[in-house]
Design a protein around this ligand. Structure first.
Ligand code: ADP
Length: 330
């Protein structure tokens, strides 16, 4: 069962688990075959067969215990994901229903002859705003669905090039807000899932630019990364990527909710109006969790915030496949 727990944590799939037992069985039978040749006491052939049967039985029982534990953990994960998906469905439907409701309401009022010119303009603005928000939500949903399931087939690149690509995509936004985006070298040269890491980095970096502090003369965003060796716990090392900024920071009471869908820490008391849907961070969290990692935020010691994510960093030399192949040590 402990082995089942460990293999589950390491991101094995059922095929790899069975293959491991096939190998173990092979090793034990090879040992038995040599041992049998060296036995000096006379014995019947049926006794030798009995002995082989016991070894086979023992391997089968251990295999059952490991696999049952592994499958139980996997089933619990599927259950939790299903629950998450239902919640997501509810929130998205609710959000879209509200926006469509506002658009329909404004439209039916626009059709009334008694509506004044100034009210008419307000309703047109309302329709525009709600349509724009729905567009952003739908764009976010599309990037989320692009990752679903296909993450394994997507290409891998080295972390420094994924970071450079994310910075390139946001160069214009950074320039418009007068924010410097820089790398804190050296970024470890580990292979990462290009689509997932670029999606997470562009979300974190664009937030850091959006929520920069207009009061500060030197506004910056810094990307840093390191590999944490966790091999002593029997778990593969993990890659940790951080996006640090000296922006407006996060109120401590909001920190736990930041990664919830549609949550916006600034609603109502934004120092300047910042466009957003509150979906970006939840997409980051789901993306990295899908690949076996985590996402979190911390206050920065220099003021501002640090947004981080981790990904398991599997050793390419361990001979096993890439079921949770989020990042691979070179
Ligand atoms: P959005 O930016 O579209 O509102 P996100 O899910 O990306 O949605 O972010 C959720 C909330 O977290 C934001 O509304 C903002 O209040 C807060 N936030 C995210 N990144 C930062 C940051 N770098 N600095 C300060 N606040 C942030």
């Amino acid at each position: 069962m402990e082995l089942g727990e460990l293999r589950y944590k390491q991101g094995f799939d059922a095929y790899q688990l069975f293959k491991e037992y096939e190998l173990l069985g092979g090793v034990l039978f090879a040992f038995l075959a040599t041992a049998v040749d060296e036995i000096e006491q006379p014995c019947k052939r049926s006794e030798l067969l009995q002995c082989a049967h016991r070894v086979f039985h023992a391997v089968a029982i251990i295999q059952q215990a490991t696999t049952m534990h592994f499958l139980r953990k996997s089933a619990a994960q599927v259950g939790a994901r299903e629950q998450q998906l239902r919640g997501f469905n509810r929130t998205v439907s609710h959000e879209l229903k509200n926006r469509v409701g506002a658009i329909r309401g404004a439209y039916s009022l626009l059709c009334e002859s008694w509506v004044s010119e100034s009210e008419r303009n307000r309703f047109i603005e309302m329709i525009g705003e709600n349509a724009e928000k729905m567009h952003v939500v739908l764009e976010d949903l599309i990037s989320l669905s692009r990752l679903d399931g296909s993450a394994r087939q997507q290409k891998n690149v080295l972390l420094p090039s994924a970071a450079a690509e994310a910075i390139r995509q946001l160069r214009q936004l950074a320039r418009s807000r007068d924010v410097t985006v820089r790398l804190s070298p050296p970024l470890p040269a580990v292979e990462v899932n290009a689509a997932a890491v670029e999606l997470c980095l562009t979300n974190y970096i664009s937030n850091a630019i959006k929520y920069s502090d207009p009061e500060k003369a030197d506004r910056f965003v810094e990307i840093a990364a390191r590999v944490n060796d966790r091999r002593e716990d029997g778990v593969d090392p993990e890659l940790i990527v951080e996006v640090r900024d000296n922006g407006i920071g996060i109120p401590s009471e909001a920190r736990d909710k930041l990664f919830d869908r549609f949550f916006r820490a600034l609603d109502g008391n934004a120092p300047h109006e910042v466009e957003g849907t509150g979906l970006g961070l939840s997409i980051v969290r789901e993306t990295v969790e899908m690949l076996g990692g985590r996402a979190w935020a911390e206050p920065s010691p220099i003021g501002g915030s640090v947004f981080a994510f981790s990904l398991p960093c599997r050793r390419s030399a361990d001979g096993f496949g890439t079921s949770a192949d989020a990042a691979t040590s070179r």
